[in-house]
Design a protein. Structure first.
Length: 305
């Protein structure tokens, strides 16, 4: 068995394709994607690629959104994005390989040292394969060149940001062990336009803060502004420090600041800024108001003027 036997499995499978090809992997690098598409020699084949693009993962080098450029140059290829994708599957007509290998050089053994991976052939008709394909069709959104360039631009902002820590791509199972995210930008109205790729003239420090917030939120692509706001609000409500607001409808700013200072082990000034930012986000994305009752208090419900 050669060191690139995983790649040989994929290449051999794709070479047999005559009609339908599906490439499913969370992480895909441009060079390996080009080789996989090149392995499909049938001119009439339809090649569907399903992957995910996260700004944080692209900044870390795990994926290349530039595969969209290759797809645009080959009318056989289309790309869908599936935010929660973790499966790896390679399908050619009625045969497919399932297992652990992404379409990257180390995963396929095209570069050393290689990952230890496994791919097992199963029939395309296998019920679990069919269920995965149905789930993808129900949840995925089309990838575009514009979106690919937007993701790359935001990833480049993170990579060049001296205030942003080095990136480590972790498994889904380890994500809960990471540091707590706190809203950084003081102007939450900037989030959705940047998320949608709108042109802006923000100074670099402001843009970097917005992109860092979006990277940590890691929301699915293609959300409407209403769906985006609901998703952000759900992230805010998931903070343990905001639980009292969710359960009782009110939260003392002093209590919020104290909880943040203890949870994050920060100074009083840092905790105060974090509490004020959370308040601004809750006011913008939710229906809350700030009431001066001694120390200010956040309450559910919009303020009437």
């Amino acid at each position: 068995m050669t060191s690139d036997h995983v790649w040989r499995q994929i290449e051999g499978l794709l070479a047999t394709a005559r009609g339908r090809v599906v490439l499913v992997a969370p992480f895909i690098k441009r060079e390996v994607f080009a080789a996989a598409v090149g392995a499909v020699t049938a001119a009439e084949a339809e090649i569907l690629c399903v992957t995910r693009w996260s700004v944080m993962e692209v900044a870390a080098g795990a994926s290349d959104p530039e595969i969209a450029e290759l797809a645009a140059a080959d009318n056989r290829v289309s790309i869908l994005l599936c935010h929660d994708l973790h499966a790896k599957l390679y399908l050619a007509d009625d045969r497919c390989l399932v297992g652990s290998a992404n379409l990257t050089a180390k995963a396929t053994g095209r570069r050393q040292p290689r990952n230890l991976e496994v791919l097992v052939e199963v029939p395309e008709a296998h019920p679990e394969v069919q269920q995965l394909l149905r789930d993808i069709q129900a949840t995925a959104v089309p990838a575009t060149l514009e979106l690919a360039r937007q993701i790359r631009a935001q990833a480049d902002v993170l990579k060049s940001d001296e205030d942003c820590p080095k990136f480590v791509v972790v498994t889904e199972e380890a994500e809960e062990d990471g540091p707590s995210w706190r809203p950084e930008t003081r102007a939450p109205h900037r989030l959705y336009p940047v998320y949608r790729g709108s042109r802006h003239d923000y100074v670099s420090e402001i843009l970097a803060g917005v992109v860092r917030d979006l990277a940590h939120l890691n929301l699915p692509q293609g959300l409407s502004e209403t769906a985006f706001s609901k998703a952000v609000l759900a992230e805010l409500h998931a903070m343990p420090e905001v639980e009292q607001l969710v359960t009782s409808g009110r939260l003392s700013m002093a209590d919020l600041q104290q909880q943040l200072m203890e949870a994050d082990r920060t100074t009083e000034a840092q905790a105060q800024r974090a509490a004020e930012n959370i308040c601004e986000w809750l006011k913008y994305f939710g229906e809350v108001r700030v009431v001066p009752t001694g120390p200010w208090e956040i309450r559910q419900g919009r303020e009437f003027t």
